[in-house]
Design a protein around this ligand. Structure first.
Ligand code: 8IG
Length: 276
């Protein structure tokens, strides 16, 4: 689905130059010269923005070069610049482009590359996802310890070989556990979506070492690492994955579980960001 009006859909365009342009749009629109930390808010995590600190500016993502219109309600479509009590500038990305939208991986990782171009050295990626482990319960946040990328795609172009050992920083996971020692962690498995998995696919994910199933994050984490950022990942388990939970999955249910957990996980996320 190439769109001739979209700068990232021109194969001869340099995605890093477009990210640099987006970063200068953000500087101009927020008046903030440099961001230290970026956080992408996935489903269930939206309320964290208010708790991170004082909002300096909120801008519609569509005013920033290369950002796509939100595909889904509940995916906010704004970028916010927030200053924490300790004086760090946080770029809050409420505008995620999912791989299943079919616009290609350049658009999926554009927000991450833009965050890096604004100066951010830490990328916090959050999502709502399905849990493979029977002991987890809907509404529970977990740390992402590693990932399995089942999209068969990569944000890296050409012979770009990037090491992904410790992709989800052990240091940052330890730091998150100083805020909430009860946080469990697991391996995030990115499927293409937008359909949920079959029970057989969930069993496959489990056997290959997956604990969490979702439709985002892994491709973004790879791009963040390419950009030299340190990465922290959180999943909100909104449902047990198909076949682990015996009732059918519904999007409404997923949204509802997210809303119920929102106050607790938002405060957790804000406290972790405050400690970064
Ligand atoms: I929320 O069970 C949410 N997102 N792939 N599977 C996948 N993505 C999800 C799920 C799930 N729940």
């Amino acid at each position: 689905m190439a769109d001739l009006n979209h700068p990232l859909d021109d194969p001869s365009a340099d995605p890093f130059a477009i990210a640099a342009e987006a970063a200068s749009d953000i500087r101009r629109l927020t008046g903030v010269d440099r961001h230290d930390i970026a956080v992408t808010l996935g489903s269930g995590w939206g309320k964290a923005a208010e708790l991170i600190g004082e909002t300096v500016a909120t801008i519609p993502a569509t005013e920033v070069t290369g950002f796509s219109k939100p595909a889904l309600e509940g995916h906010v479509g704004t970028l916010r610049s927030i200053v924490t009590p300790s004086g760090k500038n946080v770029l809050v990305i409420g505008a995620r482009t999912h791989y299943y939208e079919g616009h290609g991986v350049r658009r999926v990782v554009h927000s991450v590359r833009t965050a890096a171009a604004t100066g951010a050295s830490t990328m916090v990626l959050t999502n709502g996802a399905g849990g493979v482990r029977e002991t987890w319960t809907p509404g529970q946040p977990v740390l992402i310890s590693d990932h399995i990328n089942l999209t068969a795609d990569s944000p890296l172009e050409g012979a770009t070989f990037i090491d992904l050992t410790d992709l989800y920083s052990a240091r940052l996971r330890d730091l998150a556990r100083t805020i909430d020692p009860s946080l469990d962690e697991g391996v995030y498995t990115q499927f293409r979506g937008p359909h949920y998995e079959t029970p057989a696919e969930v069993q496959m994910a489990k056997r290959i070492g997956g604990d969490i199933v979702g439709m985002s994050t892994a491709l973004e984490a790879i791009a963040a690492r390419e950009a030299g950022m340190e990465i922290l990942g959180f999943s909100l388990i909104t449902n047990l994955a198909a076949g682990i939970q015996t009732t059918p999955l519904s999007h409404a249910e997923v949204i509802e579980a997210g809303q119920a957990a929102e106050p607790v996980i938002s405060s957790l996320l804000a406290r972790v960001i405050g400690a970064l």
